[in-house]
Design a protein around this ligand. Sequence first.
Ligand SMILES: Cc1ncc(COP(=O)(O)O)c(C=O)c1O
Length: 426
Amino acid sequence: MGYFGGEQDIEFAGKVFPDKGATREEVMQGLSAFDAMDVTDIYAHNTIQSTTLMSHLEAAEIAKDANRMFLRRNYLYKELLPGCTQMGLEVKQMIKEMLRFPQDSRVRFTSGGSESLYSAIASAKEWGKQEKNILKPEIVVPYSIHTAFSKWCKYASINIKRIPLGKDYRADVAAIEKAITKNTILIAGSAPCWPYGLFDDIPALGAVAEKHNVWMHVDGCLGGFQSPFVEKLGQQLPTWDFRVPGVRSISADLHKHGYSAKPLSSITFRNKDWEQYYVCSASDWPDGLYSTEAIAGTTSAGPIASAWAVMKFLGEEGYLELAKRSMEVKQRYLDKISNIDGVECFPSDLCTMTLRLEKGLDLFAVMGGLFERHSYCLPSFQPPALKIVLDPVTDEVVDTFVKDLAEVIPLVKSGEISIDNLKPWM
Ligand SMILES: Cc1ncc(COP(=O)(O)O)c(C=O)c1O
């Protein structure tokens, strides 16, 4: 079983690369066949949440048009592209205004949440080397932080200590502090985390970072573009941004609740003093100075254009409306699921919700039964739960999912749905 990147190899009968080119119509037909195989449209199917975050269909169309218009421009060559450069600067300024970041903070685009997290670790590593002579770096993070942290630590040979969570499923700040050593370059917290939709205590982590002089990164990839609007609507959230003095960098994904085309995220440094550890301008090759926006080289301006277009199209009013709708969706799930035996909604702060299953209920059988009804959600394992990403969907979408769940759970309990009698679906 696999999700997040699983694929099975195919034995192809013959050559796949054609000797002679096809017509445009033939090519488009081929693509349409792939398109029809994918499960993407939350309105054509009952419930497809968690994966697209594009339920505002008009904004999604505008993002697509903007993406297409700028897709072929390489944001690497800013000297040749004053239009793209101006557009990018406007998006960066809008990010600062939307997320209430200080005017002297420094925003950089990345290809996604993962690259933003890699960037934070890379900056902390350079800072640790230059300022503290740390040559065997390690980072200390809560168990629930996104696993992209582990990925980069593997690539960069950095030791990662994932510290067990507190009883409330949030970072155990005292345990994190205890794990800090002279080799620690970075600690981090989520706002909120992917597995549970919970905020870590960023002010407490920030204080620990200041006390021990280590880099503090806030992973706001998931919530960054929703939290400020939810707060404006009156919901109190834990403080998670540069208002916390120890925070040096924050990641926030435009391709999640920023509603841009994929792939696009951002990492923002508190100011130039911290950004300098990220800047990597190499010139040790025949072609002179090479300085990029982020870790990647060639970068399509398409997603940046889509962010510009969606931000201008929605404005503050539109983002507030979408945040309000997400909160209504969460409340609707909470109300309706409380009537279903065998599943419990675990409280979350924002963005995701975990639906914990009664002991003994087979998670994969429940997911499979839902999937057969075209209701799809992601799994979570500790404890076994279904995860919903709170997208601003219609009541109909919520109600269909709840109806399917209410139907599937008794069938799993009675054994009519089991992992043995489901079609292969993963
Ligand atoms: C909190 C958090 N951080 C980082 C990531 C990684 O983002 P991406 O998939 O864009 O690389 C995710 C993805 O869901 C996330 O939820």
